[in-house]
Design a protein around this ligand. Structure first.
Ligand SMILES: Nc1ncnc2c1ncn2[C@@H]1O[C@H](COP(=O)(O)OP(=O)(O)O)[C@@H](O)[C@H]1O
Ligand SMILES: [Mg+2]
Length: 383
């Protein structure tokens, strides 16, 4: 699916980038390449902060809670050590894991830690970087656009990071890549997720229906985590949710904004755009809810909306979108495949895609409640 990113340039020039369409001045960029070979350096562990009080004796509950406390402290120490390593230590870029619209994602090793490095590179990298495999080359996306997105992603992650488990990817550091003092690009070092994104066709085929419903419920919980912090993702689609050990993690905050943001451009992915995105109105939680409904339809085997870039950028498309946003009570999603026997779940999903913003499913919490209620009718208990 193509991604639309119309920026504020007066001199629009459209370019196609492996499915991504951007409008605005562009320059050709190259893909990431390995940093200089690095020596593994063991990161320092923090002082042991665990209380070693052994006076709990036979009290089982106290022992259990103490063990949880110890585990939690282990987790916190590891997370802190990973952050310190990601920020300071040399790291080595290994094989390509995935290719996004703007970045190449590599497995990366830093001392005893493994990270996922989301890498963007500029033109200088072609001259000064090491050999880049042709297959790793990305099409034209302006370096400054990529840079803006990766910096935005890092800034957003700082607002999201919490101790303990999170339903979003943990991002540790943004490292500038230079050679001979010249900037070649940036690497965003983040948690290495072993799993599949929800755009994976095989995953969609093998997951039983009940698991799909649980996965969707978790996806709403993940988005709710973001919305609690007043952050709007703005690029909700199946490939931006990862399923890792049965848990959903939301990724890719490159174009995320704060709720209430006044759009100056159409940002997001064609096929998932709400009327308010198309007519450049204010963005809020309901904008993500709309895209989530479409994403669930696709996850269940349906198609994204037909939103060709050429049309999106016309005045009439904007006028039409504004009309829909104010008047259309109908959901953009006509049906949800695979949910014929669970019409209440299908209805919950469709209600996310009502064009009129004030008639749409209003929030993640409301959607979670609707999902629970609907699923329970079919004997599925969600929590
Ligand atoms: N931390 C991660 N661990 C493993 N795979 C990842 C991770 N982050 C992203 N991916 C994979 O890479 C793909 C592209 O990453 P993403 O951050 O969405 O890039 P883009 O902004 O270019 O869309 C994702 O759809 C997912 O399959
Ligand atoms: Mg993505």
């Amino acid at each position: 699916m193509s991604q639309v990113n119309e920026n504020m340039s007066n001199n629009p020039e459209r370019e196609k980038n492996g499915g991504q369409i951007t409008v605005g001045p562009r320059m050709k960029t190259d893909s990431a390449e390995p940093e200089a070979a690095e020596v593994a350096k063991k990161s320092e562990t923090e002082e042991n902060q665990v209380h070693t009080d052994n006076s709990t004796g036979s009290n089982l509950m106290a022992n259990l809670s103490r063990r949880r406390y110890l585990n939690r402290n282990d987790e916190l120490r590891t997370a802190q050590a990973m952050k310190t390593a990601a920020e300071n230590d040399p790291y080595e870029i290994k094989e390509v894991m995935a290719r996004g619209a703007e970045a190449v994602l590599y497995r990366s090793v830093c001392g005893s830690f493994t990270f996922c490095a989301k890498a963007i590179r500029n033109n200088w990298n072609k001259v000064l970087g090491s050999t880049v495999k042709a297959s790793e080359k990305l099409d034209n996306v302006a370096y400054r656009t990529k840079m803006r997105h990766i910096q935005n992603e890092f800034a957003i992650s700082k607002m999201l990071n919490e101790d303990g488990q999170m339903p979003i990817v943990r991002i540790y550091a943004l490292r500038k890549v230079t050679r001979f003092g010249i900037e070649l690009g940036y690497d965003l070092l983040m948690e290495y997720l072993t799993g599949h994104d929800l755009g994976d066709k095989v995953l969609n085929k093998v997951l039983p229906l009940e698991d799909k419903i649980r996965v969707m419920y978790q996806a709403v919980q993940a988005l709710s985590f973001l919305h609690k912090k007043k952050i709007i993702h703005l690029d909700i689609k199946p490939s931006n949710f990862m399923l890792v050990n049965g848990k959903i993690k939301l990724i890719d905050f490159g174009v995320s904004v704060m709720s209430g943001y006044q759009s100056k451009a159409i940002t997001g992915t064609g096929g998932y755009l709400s009327p308010e995105q198309i007519c450049k109105d204010t963005i809020d939680e309901r904008t993500d809810i709309f895209a989530l409904g479409i994403a669930f339809g696709v996850f269940m085997g349906g198609q994204p909306l037909t939103q060709p870039q050429d049309e999106l950028l016309t005045h009439s498309a904007r006028e039409e979108a504004r009309m829909h946003m104010n008047q259309s009570d109908i959901p953009a999603l006509r049906s949800v495949p695979g949910l014929e026997d669970m019409p209440l779940v299908a209805e919950a999903i469709r209600s996310c895609t009502i064009m009129r913003r004030d008639k749409r499913m209003p929030s993640c919490n409301a959607l979670l409640a609707k999902f629970r209620e609907a699923a329970e009718t079919y004997g599925i208990v969600l929590n």
